[in-house]
Design a protein around this ligand. Structure first.
Ligand code: ATP
Ligand code: MG
Length: 213
């Protein structure tokens, strides 16, 4: 598991994980070493954060990169030191490698300038436009993957906030749930990867379905 000394950004550094644990639970402020306990804690804090963010951003709010950092901090601030901060390690899921750690600041600046400014506030009555805006923002944020952990959940909070700007309730993601709907999840991952080629049609279709639920 140890990185080569040249591989400064390898994620397989024991320093990322709880000491004396099994290199699964990320180093945290509470010394939690059980993944089950950490999952429950993150979920509890996520419910709290979801309630709080809806009081912070109204229908007319144009989101910024700083807002996304603030949402991450609001959610995970009591658990991880890295809450609200961009990651410094390379992250790979399956065969996909997300944006290089050194490029995250500039990727997020461009994301704010070219995407958040254009697609938020998300005020529309047309479901196709809403699904396209939410889908595009979601895919691009996931592809940058700015944080060490929690990118999917932050991106889903942002999608909920955008949906609420168009008067939709918080979205039900069971359609793309990894455990309960593996086929839907695989389609969702394919839609994320289609975004690499700026093909946002698959993710738009997915969010259209989710918005209708
Ligand atoms: N193979 C893949 N290719 C591209 N993106 C992926 C792949 N697997 C997962 N993802 C994206 O990465 C997200 C998970 O990233 P991360 O672990 O940082 O977020 P999380 O909030 O901790 O997890 P989750 O989204 O599973 O609740 C997924 O929600 C999905 O958007
Ligand atoms: Mg995760």
């Amino acid at each position: 598991m140890c990185p080569k000394s040249s591989d400064r950004y390898s994620v397989y550094s024991s320093e990322d994980y709880e000491p004396n644990g099994d290199n699964i639970v990320l180093r945290n402020r509470l010394g939690v070493k059980s993944q089950t306990e950490m999952d429950a804690l993150e979920e509890k804090e996520l419910f709290r954060a979801e309630e709080e963010v809806f009081k912070l951003f109204d229908k007319h709010h144009q989101f910024t990169a700083q807002d996304i950092q603030n949402i991450h901090q609001l959610w995970l601030g009591d658990i991880y030191d890295f809450a609200g901060n961009y990651r410094t390690v390379t992250l790979t899921k399956d065969t996909h490698t997300f944006a290089a750690a050194q490029q995250i600041v500039s990727c997020m600046q461009i994301f704010e300038r070219d995407i958040l400014t254009k697609y938020t506030p998300c005020n529309s009555t047309d479901i196709d436009s809403i699904a396209y805006a939410i889908g595009l923002v979601h895919v691009e944020l996931i592809l940058i993957h700015p944080f060490r952990e929690g990118n999917g959940r932050v991106a889903r909070i942002l999608a909920d906030l955008m949906a609420s700007q168009s008067d939709y309730p918080p979205l039900d993601y069971s359609e793309i749930d990894k455990i309960n709907n593996p086929e839907g999840f695989q389609k969702y991952i394919a839609a994320i990867q289609a975004g690499m080629g700026r093909d946002y049609q698959p993710i738009t279709e997915i969010f259209k379905k989710i918005l209708r639920c």
